[in-house]
Design a protein around this ligand. Structure first.
Ligand code: F6P
Length: 554
């Protein structure tokens, strides 16, 4: 099989990019009156406008050919069918089974996994109802008022992002907190405001071996037992104040979590794809199990669309292929995610893990080093805040950064007038990026403001916007559980499509291992008070410098 970059579809896109270079998107709109209508697609309550990207109908045709040529449709089918898509760990990739509402079986190694999925969902439902009704309570019989999720990476970012996104739907009686960082500031700062008698901890860890999570969990247990010391049996206290979510049931028992408070999941659920499993327990506790099911239903609707829609109308495929166009043919190296929704403040960070841990890969599935760019740097922040921070770079910097604007037409908060301002800013930014402002227009504007001819001419160039800057806009009616489910699934599948074209395994994360291994040695050095042999000179000097500084600290 020819290398990806040598395939006719890739070469055709390279030549096509050369032809389009220098053309302005406004020209595309002028030449193609149906562009705004046809370069938009809708599914599962999400409307995607991709017309403000430097591409034509021919580009879309060539990108679709590339996807077909790299067997994207077959790869989608294989994932849904339970194939061992994660080839380096020999695992199926079936987060879609966790939200399968179709009643169809999902087979792994000839066995339907749906009965187990449903059983854990029912266990979650019973636990959520018990906690929310007060039937489950702390050791002294007090109802829980605070849930602290202790986890990191996929065992933190998914539930954290979703809990914050669904804040308007959350119970006021049960606050959710998330502790991930092994920096004691995170746990100590969180516990400072909490009452041990009404606090429920959830230890979320797929492996139950993650250093940060287990360290925080042990400290939380100590904090709890310190409060209850003097007669209360520690096992009974822990049993009433801890729950766990993990695939490592032996380790959860060893920690002291009773089996009826342990929620299992499976090795075919990747950490960054796990919020649909019991890792989503904090979400279900926060918004109630029915709303958690709505989240699953929204994701399932997107799954069905992704599985069945033809590539040119398939939202995740479109987002993925447009990203490939930017990264592999137009030279973009980063991608900005700009939710115009304060409730989606954690969405860029969530997508960072989803995308960069999945497709930040330099070796293809056959083990060859790739000669093309794979996953871009994902970054972003909520609008309108970003406008007053980094948008300068988007409008007038030397690089054109592809952006995703994400916005709900309606607000869930009781200040409806403010939402129109938010919407206006979102839409105006996409327009400004597209249209820009010519030097002539800037000059005329400066003169109209009363500046003299010299000053106006000097400033006009600084006030010029090149425009022709790319963006997608994703619009939906409400940021509710169903829509959020669809939105997350949209990005999960976008990442899948890109990994499929790039022929990388999007479902392992070996890149996080080396640092973990080396940290063990560095920790030993810090504890013994000197750098051991074998470090490079810079690392050894840093260890010694820190040891010296810590000795001064009483
Ligand atoms: O170190 C990376 C990672 O393995 C992520 O992929 C994962 O989401 C996170 O750590 C947490 O792992 P666990 O859930 O096993 O504690």
């Amino acid at each position: 099989m020819p290398r990806l970059t040598e395939r006719p579809a890739w070469q055709a896109l390279t030549a096509h990019a050369r032809q389009l270079r220098g053309q302005h998107m406004l020209q595309f709109f002028a030449e193609d009156p149906a562009r705004a209508r046809d370069f938009a697609a809708e599914a599962a309550g999400l409307y995607l406008d991709f017309s403000k990207n430097p591409l034509t109908r021919e580009t879309l045709r060539l990108l679709t050919t590339l996807a077909e040529d790299t067997h994207v449709p077959a790869q989608i089918g294989a994932m849904f069918a339970g194939s061992r898509t994660n080839i380096t760990e020999q695992r199926a990739v079936l987060h879609v089974a966790l939200r399968n509402r179709s009643g169809r079986p999902v087979m792994v190694d000839g066995r339907d996994v749906m009965p187990e999925v449903v059983a854990v969902l029912e266990q979650m439902r019973a636990f959520c109802d018990g906690v929310r009704s007060g039937a489950h309570s702390g050791f002294t019989g007090r109802a829980y008022t605070d849930v602290v999720n202790i986890g990191i990476g996929g065992s933190d970012l998914g539930p954290l992002m979703a809990c914050r996104a669904l804040a308007p739907f959350a119970s006021q009686k049960l606050r959710s907190h998330f502790v991930s960082n092994v920096d004691g500031a995170h746990l100590a700062g969180t516990l400072a405001g909490l009452d041990p008698e009404s606090t429920l901890f959830i230890i979320s860890s797929k492996t139950f071996t993650t250093q940060e999570t287990l360290t925080n969990a042990r400290s939380a247990r100590e904090w709890l037992l310190t409060h209850f010391q003097g007669g209360s049996p520690p096992e009974a206290v822990v049993a009433r104040h801890f729950a766990a979510v993990s695939t490592n049931l032996g380790a959860t028992t060893q920690f002291g979590v009773p089996p009826d408070r342990v929620f299992g999941f499976w090795d075919w659920v990747g950490g960054r794809y796990s919020l649909w499993s019991a890792i989503g327990l904090p979400i279900a506790l926060g918004v109630g199990f029915e709303r958690f099911e709505e989240l699953l239903a929204g994701a399932h609707e997107m799954d069905e669309h992704f599985r069945t829609a033809p590539l040119p109308r398939n939202l995740p495929a479109l987002l993925g292929l447009i990203g490939i166009w930017h990264g592999n043919f137009l030279g973009a190296t980063t991608h900005a995610v700009l939710p115009y929704a304060q409730d989606l403040a954690w969405f860029p960070a969530y997508l960072q893990q989803l995308d960069m841990e999945s497709n930040g890969k330099r070796v293809d599935r056959a083990g060859g080093v790739v000669d093309y760019a794979t996953g871009p740097v994902i970054w972003g922040a909520p609008g309108t805040n970003g406008q007053h921070a980094f948008f300068q770079h988007l409008h007038q910097g030397t690089q054109a950064t592809p952006c995703d604007f994400i916005v709900a037409a309606n607000s869930e908060w009781p200040l409806p007038g403010q939402h129109e301002i938010l919407l206006a800013n979102c839409i105006a930014q996409t327009e400004a990026l597209l249209r820009g402002k010519s030097t002539e227009a800037a000059l005329a504007e400066a003169k109209a403001q009363g500046l003299n001819a010299d000053t106006a001419a000097r400033l006009a160039v600084h006030r010029t916007f090149p425009g022709n800057r790319p963006s997608n806009t994703i619009v939906f009616d409400h940021l509710d559980p169903r829509t959020l489910g669809a939105l997350i699934a949209l990005y999960e599948h976008k990442v899948f499509v890109q990994g499929a074209v790039w022929n990388v395994n999007s479902f392992d994360q070996w890149g996080v291992e080396l640092g973990k291994q080396l940290a063990t040695g560095v920790l030993q050095d810090l504890r013994q008070g000197r750098a051991s042999d074998g470090h490079d000179p810079s690392t050894a000097a840093l260890i010694d410098r820190i040891v010296k500084a810590r000795r001064k600290d009483p």
